[in-house]
Each structure stands twice: as structure tokens, then as C-alpha cells.
Ligand binder design. Structure first.
Ligand code: ATP
Length: 288
């Protein structure tokens, strides 16, 4: 096998509670992550070393998370990966709170494991992924998961199968580093009762989960379009809406797909990137 094509799914946060700062400088998080079927298409093959990306704004050198995945895989296994050729067809908006880069990194790790026949365990791949991106461990497995610590301690949850999501990414961008700096400078951040929330999540009672959940960053990250987007979503019948990651993407949760489609159509008049998505059962999907 010389070539693998994969779908690398985006994620949204059904919970994102930043609970503190660890001695190593990372932040501790309580999250519920959900894969959605908005995906980049990543091709990994053996050939002349190169990286191509359909989005010219994304670096194609060592700063690209896909290259970090190659380097981390080579360092962990001792395999020479200098002949890796990667092509990324970008559909997930970048710096949007949707883990687009981490999804690509997870896809590359999955591909290299197959191309080189290493058959690494899920746990080993997770540890390699965590070395270059906090969301990579989730993206490797995906689906619906509780993610704790820095996002590397994962447990499966029942999926919210009956929901359709609308993702709206305003034109502004949010720096993840600045969002965490703002957390460090904000006193009195409120948190959720994780035990109560997990009691409902483990039963698959997602409507009750959404009544109690939060995204910490909404308390202090300014996204000008957030309130108008939520207001359109509510008017179109969303049961819930919240920011994903450190923003700026806002997602709405709908019970009826036709309401989600109508909402997306209305949002597209003012918001550049709007997607209607279903929950996905995995983070990475091998196409061929
Ligand atoms: P998260 O939700 O994990 O915080 P995000 O959606 O906010 O992620 P990404 O799109 O994963 O952000 O990446 C943001 C930064 O990473 C950008 O500055 C971008 O230039 C850089 N980057 C490096 N490699 C990639 C890649 N393969 N795809 C997208 N962005 C990449």
C-alpha cells in the first residue's frame, strides 16, 4: 500500500470548561467533544517529500500540523518518513474552534501507521498525537467523548444521534493563545457541575446536558457576531446554541433538519462560512 485517502472530521465542543492552569503551563479542561461530518480530505502517499494545501493561508512548511504528525511518528517509531507526500483539501475553516489542524494531524498519524504497517495501539497513537496537539487524541478516535486533563484522557459517551448542527463561523478570528491568556487574567469564572452533567450524558439525555453546559470562553472572549447568530438560530428553532472551542464558530443544535437548513440559508446572507452537519461516529475515516 503506497497511498491512503482519509476524511478528517471537525469537532465541536458540547462542553468546554477551563478549570485551571497546570504546573506545566497547560490548562486543565473538562470537555465533551463531538465529531461532525464537516471534513478535510487528506491524502498521504510515499513519494517525494512535499505538502500541498488547497488553502493558501495555511503554512505548508514545518509549522503545518500535518508535518508535526510526520515528525512525531518518525521520532516515536524510528521509521524514516522523509518520503511522505501529503495533500490537504481544506474544508474546515482554520482558527475557528473546530480543530481543523488537529484533525489533519490525526489523519496523517492514522495513514502513516497503515502505510508503514506498524499497527500501533490506540493508546500509543494517542500519546504520539498529544505530543504535538491537545485535540489530536480526540480526533484520532472521535465520535462523542468526554475529554479531561489537557484533552488526552478520553471516555466514550452515547452519541446525540437525533441532532443536526448548524456551524456559523464569522469573519473574525480568535487566537487560542489570547483566549487562554484572557482566562488567566479573569477572576470569578463560573463552572458547570460535571457530575450532574455526566449523569445525563451517560444516559444519552442530551437535551438535559445542553441545559447545564457551558463554554468558559463565552464569559470573556468577544465575538461581535455571536449574539446575532444565536438569535437567528433561536428564531429558526434551535434547541441550543454555543461557541465551539475558543471561537469564533457558533453552533446551533436542531431536532429537525429542515429547520437547520432554513437557519443556514438565513445566516449565509451575513456570515461567510455556514455549514449544516450531522454527528460523525469517528474522527478519521479511511476512504481508500
Ligand atoms: P482548536 O479548536 O483545536 O483550537 P482551531 O480550529 O481553533 O483549533 P486550527 O484550524 O486547528 O485552529 O489551527 C489554527 C492554526 O494552526 C492556524 O494558525 C493555522 O495556520 C495553523 N495550522 C497549521 N497546520 C494547519 C492545518 N493542517 N490546518 C489548519 N490550520 C493549520
Amino acid at each position: 500500500m503506497d497511498k491512503i485517502i482519509l476524511r478528517a472530521n471537525a469537532k465541536i465542543n458540547l462542553l468546554l470548561d477551563v478549570t485551571g492552569k497546570l504546573p506545566n503551563g497547560y490548562h486543565s479542561l473538562n470537555m465533551i467533544m463531538q465529531s461532525v461530518d464537516l471534513a478535510d480530505v487528506v491524502t498521504v502517499e510515499r513519494g517525494e517529500r512535499a505538502l500541498f494545501c488547497s488553502d493558501p493561508a495555511i503554512p505548508t512548511d514545518a509549522r503545518n500540523i500535518a508535518w508535526k504528525a510526520v515528525e512525531a511518528f518518525a521520532a516515536a517509531t524510528g521509521i524514516d518518513c522523509a518520503d511522505t507526500r501529503i495533500t490537504i483539501e481544506k474544508h474546515i475553516p482554520s482558527a475557528a474552534g473546530l480543530a481543523g489542524g488537529s484533525a489533519d494531524g490525526a489523519a496523517v498519524l492514522t495513514a502513516l501507521d497503515r502505510l508503514h504497517g506498524t499497527a500501533l495501539s490506540a493508546d500509543r497513537l494517542c500519546r504520539i498525537g498529544a505530543s504535538f496537539g491537545a485535540d489530536v487524541p480526540f480526533c484520532l478516535t472521535g465520535g462523542t467523548r468526554l475529554a479531561l486533563n489537557i484533552g488526552d484522557v478520553l471516555a466514550p459517551l452515547p452519541p446525540p444521534e437525533s441532532f443536526t448542527f448548524v456551524l456559523a463561523k464569522p469573519a473574525c478570528s480568535v487566537s487560542t493563545k489570547e483566549a487562554y491568556d484572557a482566562f488567566d487574567q479573569t477572576a470569578g469564572v463560573s463552572h458547570v457541575d460535571l457530575t450532574a452533567l455526566l449523569f445525563d450524558a451517560a444516559k444519552g439525555d442530551w437535551e438535559r446536558v445542553l441545559c447545564r453546559t457551558c463554554n468558559t470562553f463565552e464569559q470573556f472572549v468577544e465575538v461581535a457576531d455571536r449574539v446575532p447568530i444565536k438569535s437567528v438560530m433561536r428564531r429558526c428553532g434551535s434547541v441550543f446554541s454555543m461557541m465551539s472551542g475558543s471561537g469564533p464558530t457558533v453552533f446551533g443544535v436542531f431536532r429537525a433538519r429542515e429547520n437547520a437548513e432554513a437557519c443556514a440559508e438565513e445566516l449565509r446572507r451575513t456570515i461567510p462560512d455556514v455549514f449544516v452537519c450531522d454527528p460523525a461516529p469517528a474522527g478519521v475515516c479511511v476512504l481508500s
